[in-house]
Design a protein around this ligand. Structure first.
Ligand code: SAM
Length: 301
């Protein structure tokens, strides 16, 4: 008599996968196991409780095993599920884009505060990646319109798909390009989260980042500040009279950025700190003398 095949359960699968991921040294083995089982079973992970006797079909077990193998190979959870939540919305994530970071949400908050005074702001997002910054601002501010620029055409394809999924395609456009080159318009708000990791530090990053995220999105040059040296001197000529630029930056870069901003005729009007209390962003305006020199000191163009 063939023995009946034992039915896998949610509780057993979660326990086994959690043990495997923990032994491999991963930071959040239980959470990862739960999220990936949710993906395999196409259900909300929060409904999958430890110890649950809920049966899991053999095809779901096979899908889960493949996902766990991917995680053991240090593929990011967002690459395995194909999405990431940012500021309460789902964004498609692929290996062509930076996985949106919770740290960037404080930069969105800073931008939203600055947008309050503008009725229908024109927004420019430099290095848009998934489009998470631009699309969040457009979703939160229904009169805003925006342009997302990226050097990577593959990233732009992801951003466009996210705009469609969030029903923002009528207010968001995208262009391939090198930062501000070729852009002649002026904007109410320019936002950017440029790559800011020092080239030499990349080899010390977690394998999920070092091996699976695009280096174009990470590498900020020898001291991590190369993109800021390109961007900051060009901001004043791309902002409207009362326009504001919001830049995310890495831990400990605020003093260098303040110096570069001053040299570029910009003044810091506000800063943002992330949930860990680390300085993450600055809001910048043209200094009054620069506005005057640019003929930009009265009204809005
Ligand atoms: C740190 S990621 C930020 C992505 C997204 N804005 C976010 O906050 O998650 C930096 C982005 O800048 C883009 N990038 C890098 N160099 C660039 C350049 N020279 N011109 C335009 N975009 C560039 C990368 O492709 C990447 O999408």
């Amino acid at each position: 008599m063939p023995r009946p095949v034992e039915q896998e359960t949610v509780g057993n699968l979660l326990d086994r996968a959690t043990r495997q991921l923990r032994q491999a040294g991963l930071d959040s083995p239980r959470l990862d196991a739960r999220v990936l089982l949710g993906k395999a079973m196409q259900c909300d992970p929060s409904s999958l409780l430890p110890g649950s006797a809920k049966p899991v079909s053999s095809s779901q077990v096979a899908r889960f095993a493949t996902l766990i193998q991917g995680r053991l190979a240090r593929r990011p959870v967002s690459h395995l599920t194909g999405h990431r939540e940012f500021y309460g919305r789902e964004f498609t994530v692929t290996p062509d884009v930076l996985d949106p970071r919770p740290d960037s949400e404080c930069v969105v908050e800073l931008a939203l505060q600055q947008m309050e005074s503008s009725a229908a702001p024109q927004v420019l997002d430099l290095g848009t990646g998934t489009g998470c910054l631009l699309l969040t601002l457009l979703a939160e501010c229904p009169q805003a319109q925006g342009l997302g620029v990226d050097l990577s055409t593959a990233a732009l394809a992801v951003a466009k798909a996210n705009a469609i999924a969030l029903k923002l395609q009528d207010r968001a456009s995208f262009a391939q390009g090198e930062w501000l080159s070729g852009i002649t318009e002026r904007f109410d708000l320019i936002i950017s989260n440029p790559p800011y990791i020092r080239s030499g530090d990349i080899r010390g990053l977690a394998p999920e980042v070092r091996c699976h995220e695009p280096h174009l999105a990470l590498d900020g040059g020898q001291d991590g500040l190369t993109p800021y040296r390109i961007l900051l001197p060009q901001l004043a000529t791309h902002l409207k009279a009362e326009g504001v630029a919001i830049l995310e930056h890495g831990q400990g870069q605020e003093v260098s950025i303040a110096l570069l901003a001053e040299q570029s005729g910009l003044e810091i009007i506000a800063t943002a700190t992330d949930l860990g209390g680390i300085n993450r962003g600055v809001a910048l305006k043209s200094a009054p003398c620069v506005k005057k020199a640019l003929g930009n000191d009265v009204g809005t163009p």
